[in-house]
Design a protein around this ligand. Sequence first.
Ligand SMILES: [Fe+2]
Ligand SMILES: [Fe+2]
Length: 179
Amino acid sequence: MPDEVALLRAAYPRGVWEGHRHLGPMARFWLERHQMFRDLGGAITGAADQLRDGQIEAHAFMGWFAPRINFFLNELHTHHGVEDEHYFPLFRAADHRLGRGFDILDADHHVIDGLIHELAADANALAAALKGTGEIARAAETLAARLHKTLGGLIRHLDDEEEIIIPLILDRTEGVLGV
Ligand SMILES: [Fe+2]
Ligand SMILES: [Fe+2]
């Protein structure tokens, strides 16, 4: 994101966030959620790579994978919903110059929502293949490729979002912003 979009990033670089007196409970919780998406997304994608590469048996994989991908996709959908409905309007109202940044983040949510649906379909296709109605290797390859694409885009989105929102919170405080 260019500096004209991430307006306050240069004034509050990532290195000063931890330990800043204005990094309040909402910001800390929200950063922890983002880290959970990075960590769990990485674990899920790594496991899908192992399946694709024949390093793990497909039924054993599915027992581990199914609850985690369901949790991941549901939590991600809910997280974006809370941001769209609750946080983004408050942050937009705080500084109209950030409007372009929130337009980009909002558009990201739509793209990621599409990927969530495609991933759910890929996971279902793999489950069907395990029941004998499809080719497991092909389903595993499709799933792994989509997970890589989704995780790459998601991590960029999380980074961009943090670099717009955390500097705003540090600048204004959570209390003034009303979060
Ligand atoms: Fe987001
Ligand atoms: Fe987020």
